[in-house]
Write a protein that binds this ligand. Structure first.
Ligand code: ADP
Length: 455
């Protein structure tokens, strides 16, 4: 069943239940009111008749019958019977005396003094009349034709009203449900035309206010991110193949050079050394690519635990200086941490090491004094590590691109590297819910800032 029909059905069921309950209530109250009113009229009639018979001396039975017959027009098929203490009928307003009653009813009236019941389709009341030591039982019955026909009318009106109300409700339900869901059908249509080839297409965001517009806005945001991811992947593949082709081409030309003529031993050595360095470059590049791919793929599964960031900084410093003894890393605290937890962050030790190693290495690599100045600062929420150098720096445009895979600034081309390290670092920081920012000026140096929420 479509959502439109389901909403229309639920709406109709709710309205139908309310209408039915109201109709039943109205009918029930009207029926009770009619019956009570009719019983009251019957009782009045019974009292008047018995009073005329017993208390007014001038009125005898025959006269009373005549009066009764002539005043009975209001109450249809009305009969009044009066019985004495021995259940003998002492007065009947009509000759046929047909009121279906049982003697038990007369006893019940004597006991309860006032009984309301039915005689076939007629209403019947019984009253005990006590006057001058006489115990008379008066039975009065009549058919409330007028009231019952009014009730029939009401039932008919309510029935047709209910039917009309329901039809209108169902019609309106389907119409309004269709109206409110139309934007969803439009979105559906638009979404079905989006493929990997036209990810730049966007959904109509309507009034940008209601829930459906917000759905479209969110979907557009997802499309935007998907498009970025696709673009990144495309540029990654083209950059990666380009980077791999350069050393491979160099390898090939070295080999061709060696095959062209017989070589001396020195020349052999020279070519082999070149081959070795190109192969090393290829291995480094492949390792970096592998690491980048693995970080993108499985970084979500890396287990996190509380790690002390200042300890990691000193370990990374030692590792870097061991590997490259010409480099210098100076570590200092910006402020004394107020609590032990201010340098404790939730993360993966090995991944955080990878980020810091890359930043320390870059700072030393791109500065002539090969020195990185590292500062650790903390506040109530986070822990900041700034890595400063007095090196080549970079332009505003370079700053915007250095976190993209394979991007290398023009002034860095003379230095070894593939342009992958910072893109990995940025991704790892995202994973740690931290940030990596840079401030730099060409020729003056750069300052990278890592900010991580502490425990
Ligand atoms: P790589 O250093 O291998 O080229 P990275 O991803 O680490 O790769 O860096 C990307 C680019 O960012 C570098 O090529 C360089 O242009 C720029 N860069 C990074 N760190 C610095 C720095 N400390 N000083 C100047 N430029 C830098």
């Amino acid at each position: 069943m479509t959502i439109r029909n389901r909403i229309a059905l639920q709406f109709s069921l709710i309205v139908a239940s309310i209408l039915i309950v109201f109709s039943i209530l109205i009918y029930f109250v009207s029926a009770t009111y009619r019956r009570e009113e009719f019983y009251d009229r019957l009782k009045n009639k019974a009292r008047t008749t018995v009073r005329f018979l017993i208390e007014v001396k001038e009125v005898d039975r025959e006269l009373l019958k005549i009066i009764d017959r002539n005043t009975l027009t209001a109450l249809i098929d009305e009969k009044v019977l009066i019985f004495d203490a021995k259940n003998r009928l002492i007065y009947a307003s009509v000759d046929d005396q047909v009121i279906h009653y049982q003697t038990a009813l007369l006893d019940e009236v004597r006991q309860l003094k006032d009984v309301e019941t039915f005689s076939g389709s007629n209403e019947l009341i019984g009253l005990l009349y006590q006057q001058n030591g006489q115990d008379l039982v008066v039975l009065a019955s009549a058919h409330d034709t007028f009231g019952k026909s009014k009730l029939d009318n009401l039932r008919l009106t309510l029935g047709w009203g209910l039917l009309a109300g329901l039809s209108i409700t169902i019609g309106l339900g389907i119409f309004f449900a269709g109206q409110s869901l139309r934007p969803i059908s439009q979105i559906n249509q638009q979404v079905s035309t989006i493929t990997a080839r036209n990810l730049q297409q966007r959904l109509d965001e309507g009034n940008r206010q209601d829930e459906i517009a917000r759905l479209a806005i969110n979907f557009n945001n997802v499309l935007q991110r998907l498009q970025q991811a696709f673009d990144q992947q495309r540029s990654f593949v083209s950059h990666a193949s380009h980077e791999l082709r350069t050393p491979l081409a160099a390898l090939k030309s070295e080999i061709q050079l060696g095959l062209r003529r017989p070589l001396t031993i020195q020349e052999h050595e020279e070519i082999l050394k070149n081959l070795m360095s190109d192969t090393d470059r290829l291995i480094n590049l492949t390792n970096s690519l592998l690491f980048l791919a693995r970080t993108m793929e499985s970084s979500n599964q890396v287990p996190f635990q509380p790690v002390r960031i200042d300890d990691i900084i000193f370990e990374v410093k030692d590792e870097l200086i061991d590997a490259k003894p010409g480099y210098r890393v100076e570590v200092d605290f910006e402020n004394i941490p107020e609590t032990e937890t201010e340098t404790l962050v939730e993360g993966s030790e090995s991944l955080l090491k990878q980020v810091l190693l890359n930043l320390f290495d870059n700072a030393c690599k791109y500065s002539s004094d090969h020195t990185a100045l590292v500062r650790i600062g903390t506040n109530a929420h986070s822990c900041q590590i700034t890595i400063q150098d007095r090196g080549i720096g970079m332009s505003e445009i370079d700053r915007q691109h250095i976190f993209e895979p394979f991007y290398r600034a023009q002034n860095a081309l003379g230095y070894e590297g593939f342009g992958i390290g910072l893109s990995i670092s940025a991704k790892l920081m995202e994973l740690h819910r931290g940030t990596l920012t840079v401030d730099s000026r060409v020729g003056e140096g750069s300052t990278f800032t890592v900010s991580l929420p502490h425990v």
